[in-house]
Design a protein around this ligand. Sequence first.
Ligand code: GTP
Ligand code: GTP
Length: 441
Amino acid sequence: MDNRPIVAVVGRPNVGKSTLFNKLAGKRISIVEDTPGVTRDRIFTEVEWLNKYFTLIDTGGIEPENDDIILTQMRNQAMLAMDMAHVIVFVVDGKGGITSADREVGLMLRKTNKPVILAVNKIDNINLEDNIYDFYELGLGQPHPISSANAMGLGDLLDEIVENFPEGLNTEYNEDIIRVAITGKPNAGKSSILNKILGEERVIVSPIAGTTRDAVDTYFEKGDQQYLLIDTAGIRRKSKVYERVEKFSVLRAMSAVSRADVVLIVIDATEGVTEQDTKVAGIAHDEGKACIFVVNKWDLIEKDNKTLGNYTNEIRDMFPFMNYAPILFVSAVTNQRMSKILDTVDKVAEEHSKRVSTSQLNDVIGEAVMLNQPPSDKGKRLKIYYGAQTGTKPPKITLYINSKDLTHFSYQRYLENKIRENFGFEGTSMQFEYREKDRKR
Ligand SMILES: Nc1nc2c(ncn2[C@@H]2O[C@H](COP(=O)(O)OP(=O)(O)OP(=O)(O)O)[C@@H](O)[C@H]2O)c(=O)[nH]1
Ligand SMILES: Nc1nc2c(ncn2[C@@H]2O[C@H](COP(=O)(O)OP(=O)(O)OP(=O)(O)O)[C@@H](O)[C@H]2O)c(=O)[nH]1
């Protein structure tokens, strides 16, 4: 059973949330290198404190354009936090003092029945500690002085966080569970798919202890395999309040994606790919997830022998960087191919955590180099000394080379394709790293 505590950080821009987040971030950071041009903050990380694991979410990260947007964004953050977190850390600026936005969010947070910890940041030295008293006004209990920049007060803050976890949560890390996020625009059929998956005979659903009513994740077992459907509360509850704020539904999907191993991108066959699908898929790819396109409502499409091929091509054209992701054409109403969904989840999850042996990998690299010589520049040729798989979830391959200046995009592509051709890694994004190594004599 994997019902990990979720801790959300909220607070207005510039109070130091990202700094705090990065200081608390554990080793298992979910977001890997960004695709060029897509810069985003990390929004999720796993934190370990005194042998307890929890999930930390930074609900910020959307660029505010003006004060109104800041306020809307803060309300959304607070709503998201109140909805899905077990403990909320409200960060305020101990140098800047209380603002009206702080008061408004404070008021919202006072109404939740979840523990809220007030962290007064930028208390960089003892002389500033008196600043925290002003913050009692927010009515959120004792303010905790911290300095994210100097890593002061963070131990006490972590103690306080861990003490406030509700009963019945699991703070141990479970590697065996497959975490799945079901994303897609409103009405694409996410809840229908969820219900079909959970409705299958052999599936045992166990509600998360203690927090059944507002549990955000749905746990179930099928055979020997354990699954966690991430953040399904919103899907089951069908809360239109949230969907009204488009940015918020993307934010919510982003959080779910970050916590997942496998992301289902549900597309309404009658409408095709939407902008939100493109965004979510891009994030899933960047964050190194396994991905499956699920084209739902296939029963409503008039078909001839070209329809499936055309549809497939369309998706491939929209997501040229995600050729690895399987596409399933299903109907949650007629049940067509529904059983394929979990089978495919199993398969891509396996690929996502697969390890290939160094010797096999180097055979493949050696052969690829022989078939197609590496590029050269001014008489100097790219040398690939060897490669090794240096990570899983997503699989990461490190190639040790003589000079990065000699790597060429098209040759990298070639090598990466060869590696995929030989080892599959179907359904999962991968990371390739080129590292210089001195091999003079
Ligand atoms: N003096 C001081 N400055 C800090 C501290 N923590 C963060 N800062 C500074 O405050 C500014 C904002 O920090 P961020 O971590 O980016 O703030 P944020 O709340 O994540 O901001 P958004 O991403 O815009 O929501 C930066 O210039 C940080 O260097 C601190 O403990 N002390
Ligand atoms: N014909 C057909 N209708 C479907 C299928 N899947 C879902 N629907 C219908 O589409 C509508 C939306 O389905 P939901 O499962 O509620 O969609 P959702 O994505 O959970 O919607 P939100 O909660 O608004 O995000 C419902 O009327 C479903 O009956 C399908 O495969 N075929």
